[in-house]
Design a binder for this molecule. Structure first.
Ligand code: SF4
Length: 100
């Protein structure tokens, strides 16, 4: 899975019934799969999530994806980089708790 497959899959996810109500339903998926360094595009993508009425469905859909497909894109108001940071923080907290 690479980023091009991820964009294609995101387009396929548009068949999910809840996507009818998604704030991003008319937005080209490529905006949500901008490069990690393209903060302007990523913040614009996140602005759609900020008012999205199906953000919980979005999270549940993302959580159901295979791990390699969850690596890319803005989902439920988070960028891939933010999710990586959160994962790292959780791992460090778990390691600290286990060594205490
Ligand atoms: S939370 Fe964001 S990415 Fe998910 S459906 Fe809504 S607008 Fe789209």
């Amino acid at each position: 899975m690479d980023i091009f497959d991820a964009v294609a899959d995101a387009s396929i996810a548009q068949d999910e019934p809840w996507r009818e109500l998604a704030s991003c339903r008319e937005v080209p998926p490529v905006l949500f799969f901008a490069d990690d360094k393209d903060h302007e595009k990523l913040e614009l993508a996140k602005s759609f999530c900020a008012t999205c009425p199906v953000i919980d469905d979005c999270y549940n859909y993302w959580a159901s994806l295979p791990a390699d497909e969850r690596k890319y894109g803005v989902w439920f108001g988070t960028t891939a980089k933010e999710r990586r940071r959160a994962d790292r923080a959780r791992r460090l907290a778990r390691a600290a708790a286990n060594s205490a």
